[in-house]
Write a protein that binds this ligand. Sequence first.
Ligand SMILES: C[S@@+](CC[C@H](N)C(=O)[O-])C[C@H]1O[C@@H](n2cnc3c(N)ncnc32)[C@H](O)[C@@H]1O
Length: 383
Amino acid sequence: MNLDKQIKRHVIGRRHHFFAVAAPAMEALAAREVNALSDSVDDTAVETGGVLFSGRLEDLYRANLHLRTAGRILLRLSDFKATNFRQLEKKTAATAWVRYLPAGAVPACKAAAHQSRLYHSQAVAQAVQQAIRAYWQALEIPARDDRGQTLYVRLDQDAVRLSLDSSGANLYRRGFKTHIAAAPLRETLAAAVLQLAGYDPARPLLDPMCGSGTFALEAALMAKQIPPGYRREFAFMQWPSFRPARWQHLKNTAAKQIRPLERPLIHASDIDPEACRRLAGCVRANNLCDAIAVSRADFFALAPPPGSAGLIVLNPPYGRRLPPEQPPETFYGHIAAKLARDFKGWQVAWIVPRADLLRGPLGLKPLHLTHGGLSLTLLIGSV
Ligand SMILES: C[S@@+](CC[C@H](N)C(=O)[O-])C[C@H]1O[C@@H](n2cnc3c(N)ncnc32)[C@H](O)[C@@H]1O
């Protein structure tokens, strides 16, 4: 069978298992998003570190385009037992890589081993790459390292699982931000916080220590129904199964849902004029002026906008970035006092580096999250 037919039958024409990687405590949110992707998504199961689901190749495209809380989407390729390197290489070479990878591509390999005879993860990664190199040589196709593709190899009690990353750069890289900042949040975490806090685009959102504006930009994408992956490229675009016309069709369908807003209900502000200037430039460049208003303001002098109460999201500075001479307890205590005084009736989502930092009267509920390997606490509740 020629390659095109093989790809149609075995890759495009059949269902697959996918895994949407999500940070701890964000898996259930990602699962909710996965279930909303399409009718052909099935078998959704929350696991530690992500969400397993089944679907067609197009659902993988949809997941990359639409999921706001997942970091990457993996395509599960094969499962087998291996207790020694010979078995590992032989069974790796038994996968029909020609259907999945660009011709000759030897992907980067990320291996993790638990309670297995093959315990040296670097050696496992090298053996898998060697097997793929040998696979191409057997087909007389020149092999080359392809850093745009990554294969995840997981060994658990001698069971090997090979999964191909479809995303490429982590999905928190939306491609909307035109500027960088000192301590930005990941967009995936900002999206999770907004979802956990029950963000309602019809009500005002305040991001009064906005920095690079991750919360505000993420909320704007939600309010305008812009898919988070609308502007970026993905690793699957290099796969031999990729059909640009299908992808364009999915994007066009999504574009029809994008809506203009009457006036901005997202208020982003910061004490740092440079941060505000950069964010305002990014908002203009992305045509998000109908969603976000940026202004320079000191949070402690800020009054809530007129009208109904909404959501206030806070990611204050910590560590070296705290105001000089102020222990964190004092600074965080001032924020709590300001919220209690001026934001009665508002919903609050507040990221604090340590749960014990705030023992105040606000009565917000703590939730433990991780962010790029660091643990932090999210306080949620209404004032
Ligand atoms: C941790 S950063 C926020 C990062 C932001 N969430 C992002 O994704 O880029 C904290 C921000 O609080 C701002 N800030 C500190 N004190 C402030 C104050 N009194 N009023 C307003 N902003 C303040 C800092 O200028 C800094 O940009």
